[in-house]
Design a protein around this ligand. Structure first.
Ligand SMILES: C[S@@+](CC[C@H](N)C(=O)[O-])C[C@H]1O[C@@H](n2cnc3c(N)ncnc32)[C@H](O)[C@@H]1O
Length: 414
């Protein structure tokens, strides 16, 4: 974006610059495979998203991966943002929206609602709800500026959906959810699609569900990151620090996992490491998102371990990721997924690094499941189903079961 012409007060030049930035963003979204359908491309070409983020440069507002944070809580956690164009396009593709549809968006920001409004056209309608009045005000101001009139903005807790405007052909949730409240299922038409960033044992995937009676069945999932849900459905991961030197923090992110023996794990991490290699290789740019979901399906007690880059640079861990790497915990020992270069350029072998008295055995168990994935599941996608709480076990598909207050989520592999 460096060679973007400088902005001047001249409206003609400014409009040309805007359009140039928007076209470049759309091209990038197409190249990334995030925008595919011609109507999605047209929607992203139409909306002047920079009007929602006046505090960043126009060039920044049109970067495909840039999410503009609009609110942070007292702990420093981001709680509201205008999502990155790539993520918005990905979810809109997942929703398969047609003209004339009625859509509920949970989590407002204005920009995504405008894209949804473009997708449904003048015969369709979008209702967007946010729990935070500041955010709905921002969204309303933005939609007034862009002239999208087929959007209703409401301040409420999205946990309950919005029964007054139901039913919806599509529900698009733009905030991380640990559960699926019954209202979202019941306010969706039969066969309708719910697109939701669902956190499953610490791993968030935006899942495209199709309603089939009382259950939801996935039809695609994508890796994503979203701000956490507030209100009645709030359910955050809990951090357990394994190394707390400032700027080098290493922490386990617990999401229904067993309470770890933190003292023993801290000591283990300071001790010697054991390695186990799987023989499974991946390209440098190949995502491990499906492998990681397999690992959490196959292994109990596998939280993510997040580490700062400085922790890796100091040699405390071999892998650092703000999202986290799957880490198998067993008493006072742990092993995390990692990778090492091979003789083939840009190919890496997957394996595990263990610490603690049982570190070698735990690393072997993790490496073994990487091999199982490489042999049996690579190239396949997990199927996620969500059934109402109280559904008896024998009516659920066999697989990893995650029980939440409203839902029994299953992860099943072909
Ligand atoms: C990532 S932002 C939404 C982005 C937006 N859709 C856009 O245009 O890019 C997530 C929003 O969800 C909202 N939120 C969090 N919990 C909520 C809840 N229970 N009900 C409704 N909104 C909620 C937050 O206030 C935040 O503004």
């Amino acid at each position: 974006m460096d060679n973007v012409p400088a902005m001047t007060a001249d409206t003609g030049q400014q409009t040309a610059c805007e359009q140039q930035l928007r076209d470049a963003m759309v091209q990038r979204l197409v190249d990334l495979g995030a925008a595919r359908h011609p109507r999605v491309v047209a929607a992203f070409r139409a909306v002047p998203r920079h009007l929602a983020t006046s505090d960043v440069s126009m060039a920044k507002a049109y970067e495909a991966e840039f999410a503009a944070v609009t609110k942070t809580d007292p702990m420093g956690v981001d709680i509201s943002s205008v999502s990155a164009p790539r993520v918005q396009a990905m979810q809109i593709e997942q929703a398969r929206i047609r003209p004339g549809m009625r859509i509920l968006e949970i989590g407002s920001g204005g920009v995504n609602a405008a894209y949804l409004a473009e997708m449904v056209g003048p015969q369709g309608h979008v209702v967007t709800v946010d729990i935070d009045r500041d955010i709905t005000q921002r969204a309303q101001d933005f939609l007034a500026a862009t002239g999208h009139q087929n959007v209703t903005v409401i301040t409420a807790d999205g946990e309950h959906g919005l029964p007054d405007h139901a039913p919806y052909d599509r529900i698009v949730v733009t905030v991380q959810a640990a559960d699926i409240p019954p209202a979202w299922v019941h306010q969706l038409v039969e066969g309708g699609r719910l697109v939701v960033p669902l956190r499953m044992r610490g791993m968030t995937r935006t899942v495209a569900f199709v309603r089939d009676g009382e259950r939801l069945v996935s039809d695609g999932l994508e890796l994503c990151g979203f701000v956490p849900m507030q209100g009645v459905g709030a359910n955050r991961v809990r951090l357990v620090l394994l190394h707390d030197a400032e700027g080098e923090e290493i922490a386990l992110r617990l999401d229904g996992h067993l309470e770890p023996d933190a003292e023993a794990l801290r000591a283990a991490l300071r001790g010697p490491r054991a390695e186990a290699w799987s023989g499974v290789t991946v390209a440098g740019d190949e995502s491990t998102e499906h492998l990681d979901l397999w690992l959490t399906t196959a292994l109990d007690n596998l939280p993510l371990m997040a580490a700062k880059v400085a922790a890796r640079e100091r040699g405390l861990v071999a892998s650092a990721s703000p999202i986290g790497v799957p880490t198998l915990v067993d008493g006072g020992s742990l092993a995390y997924r990692t990778a090492r270069p091979t003789d083939v350029p840009d190919r890496f072998e997957l394996g595990a690094i263990g610490h603690g008295p049982q570190g070698s055995k735990v690393a072997d168990r993790l490496a073994e499941q990487i091999r199982v994935w490489g042999h049996d599941h690579r190239g396949h996608r997990a199927r996620i189903e969500a059934h109402p709480a109280g559904t008896p076990d024998h009516q659920l598909p066999a697989g990893r079961l995650i029980d939440r207050p409203h839902t029994r989520v299953t992860i099943v592999w072909p």
